[in-house]
Design a protein around this ligand. Structure first.
Ligand code: QAP
Ligand code: CO
Length: 173
C-alpha cells in the first residue's frame, strides 16, 4: 500500500488525456488500492488517476462518512445525461482550499468496469452524479475550475499562483 503524490493545479500534467485500461489486472488493482488509500487519508470523496500522474482511465469514489463504500470505475463512460442541471459547490484535491459552484447534468447513466473487470451500468443523481462527472473530466484533462466563466477561471488562477508564491517564500525563510 502506498500514499501517492497528488498533482496540484496549474501542473500541466493535469491536462493530459488518460488512456483506456486494456486489461484489469493486478497492476490496475494495486493502483486502485493506492488511489483509495490516498483519497481516504486526504480525506476526499473522489480521485482520478490523472491526479496522481497515472494517465489511465481509473477513478475511485467513496461518499460515505465511514469510508467503507468504495466505488471503482475503470474506463467510465456517460451513456446519457439529463437535460436538467444541478449546481453544486465543488472542491478538488488538486486545487486545495478552492470551492466554487459548478453546473452539471443532474442525472446520468454510467457504464464502467469494476476492479474485477466486470461491466457495471447504473443511474446516478445528486452528489454521486456530480462526483462522477468531475472525475471523468480529470481523465479528459479538465479541472473543475475550467468549467467556470473565463473571468472567474482567470481570477482563480491568479489567486492560486499568488498563494503558491507566498508558500514558496515561507519555505525559503
Ligand atoms: C470531487 O473532491 C468532488 O480543497 C472530489 O483542502 C467535490 O474529494 C465531487 C478536498 C465536490 C463532487 C463535489 C478539497 C480536500 C477534497 C480541498 C474532493 C481540501 C481538502 C476534495
Ligand atoms: Co478533482
Amino acid at each position: 500500500m502506498a500514499i501517492l503524490n497528488i498533482l496540484h493545479y496549474p501542473d500541466p500534467r493535469l491536462h493530459k488525456v488518460a488512456k483506456p485500461v486494456a486489461q484489469v489486472d493486478d497492476r490496475i488493482r494495486q493502483l486502485v488500492k493506492d488511489m483509495a488509500e490516498t483519497m481516504y487519508q486526504a480525506p476526499g470523496i473522489g480521485l482520478a488517476a490523472t491526479q496522481v500522474d497515472v494517465h489511465e482511465r481509473v477513478v475511485v469514489i467513496d461518499l460515505s462518512e465511514e469510508q467503507n463504500e468504495l466505488r471503482v470505475l475503470i474506463n467510465p463512460e456517460i451513456l446519457s445525461r439529463s437535460d436538467d442541471t444541478q449546481v453544486y459547490e465543488e472542491g478538488c484535491l488538486s486545487v486545495p482550499g478552492i470551492y466554487e459552484e459548478v453546473k452539471r447534468a443532474s442525472e446520468i447513466r454510467v457504464k464502467a468496469l469494476d476492479e474485477n473487470g466486470q461491466t457495471q451500468e447504473f443511474d446516478a443523481d445528486g452528489l454521486l452524479a456530480v462526483c462522477i462527472q468531475h472525475e471523468i473530466d480529470h481523465l479528459d484533462g479538465k479541472v473543475f475550475i475550467q468549467r467556470l466563466s473565463s473571468l472567474k477561471h482567470n481570477r482563480l488562477r491568479t489567486k492560486i499562483l499568488k498563494q503558491r508564491r507566498e508558500k514558496q517564500l515561507e519555505t525559503v525563510e
